[in-house]
Design a protein around this ligand. Structure first.
Ligand code: MN
Length: 300
């Protein structure tokens, strides 16, 4: 991973101080100094270019971009040509997270939003840290028209128990966000949905949904092809994270993201403290995690 920023001399001075680095003259032409930290190499060139390399490159570059109000570094991948297509784009999150709701967001983006979205460094929320999501989402929520559906765990469990399969549920939620936002924005524009099942199934799933908006573009990894979907993914993730934090507070224990051994253990602890019935309010019960958590308790 690498990222580049251009800095003024006083900003470079602050950067060097931030890393508590003592500049040593470099033998390399045009290199002012080079800073090495775990998973990070920062090369400061004499012309003010600062190159961040290593696993922590994007995070560190984004930190300085924020601190100095600089344009956010690109993630090194060229944006697809139609990235800023005027469109309604939707994406969901929370599908793979045992704890917390299922959230679908839809955003309306036009080419006029390019400068803002570039400055914020908007891209697929899966490639962003929670911190980056929390940093950019409040601005997006203010500036970009969007709609949101949050299916809290209890409602999610009721629906899946009624035999709604997870894909059908998602299809309904996507359709709902598009319908809501289209009514508000009132402009005709292509509908982009991040693809999670095949198109024929999607059409069948939404048949029972009145006036279901049919996607013009139904594509996997749509969040890396269309800014509207990328914005939707950030807003959805932001909402998911704040819901999970709120649930953690309510039940006075940390409910971790994802599905892992740590999540199984948290689920066992939750049942011990609050009982199995309450788990229905915080978790997606059909995950294998539920059985593992019960087993863990029996084995104690
Ligand atoms: Mn997606």
């Amino acid at each position: 991973m690498q990222a580049t920023l251009t800095m003024r001399p006083e900003q470079i001075k602050a950067l060097v101080e931030h890393y508590a680095h003592t500049p040593r003259p470099s033998d390399e032409a045009n290199v002012h100094t080079r800073i090495k930290r775990p998973h990070l190499i920062v090369t400061v060139y004499t012309n003010g270019t600062v190159l961040f390399q290593g696993a922590n490159a994007m995070r560190e570059a984004a930190f300085f971009a924020d601190a100095f109000n600089l344009a956010h570094p690109a993630d090194g991948q060229a944006k697809p040509k139609n990235f800023y297509l005027r469109s309604y784009g939707s994406d969901e999150t929370g599908v793979g997270d045992y704890f917390g709701p299922l959230v679908v967001a839809c955003a309306y983006v036009t080419p006029a939003d390019e400068a803002l979205l570039e400055r914020l460094g908007v891209r697929d929320s899966k490639s962003l840290t929670d911190e980056a999501v929390k940093r950019m989402a409040p601005t997006l929520i203010k500036q970009i028209p969007y709609s949101l559906v949050v299916l809290d765990p209890a409602t999610y469990n009721t629906q899946t128990n009624r035999g709604f399969n997870a894909h059908k549920l998602k299809a309904f939620l996507h359709a709902q966000t598009h319908k809501k936002l289209r009514l508000r924005v009132k402009h005709d524009a292509p509908i982009v949905v991040d693809q999670f099942c095949d198109a024929t199934h999607y059409a069948r799933y939404v048949r029972d949904f009145k006036d279901a908006p049919i996607p013009d573009i139904f594509k996997t990894k749509a969040e890396s092809h269309y800014a509207s979907v990328a914005v939707a993914s950030v807003i959805a993730r932001y909402r998911f994270l704040s819901s999970l934090e709120a649930l953690s507070q309510t039940y006075a224990m940390t409910l971790p993201k994802g599905a892992s051994k740590a999540v199984d253990e948290a689920a066992s602890r939750f049942i011990e403290t609050h009982g199995l019935a309450a788990l229905n309010n915080v978790a997606k019960m059909h995950f294998k995690t539920t059985d593992k958590a019960k087993e863990n308790l029996l084995n104690r």
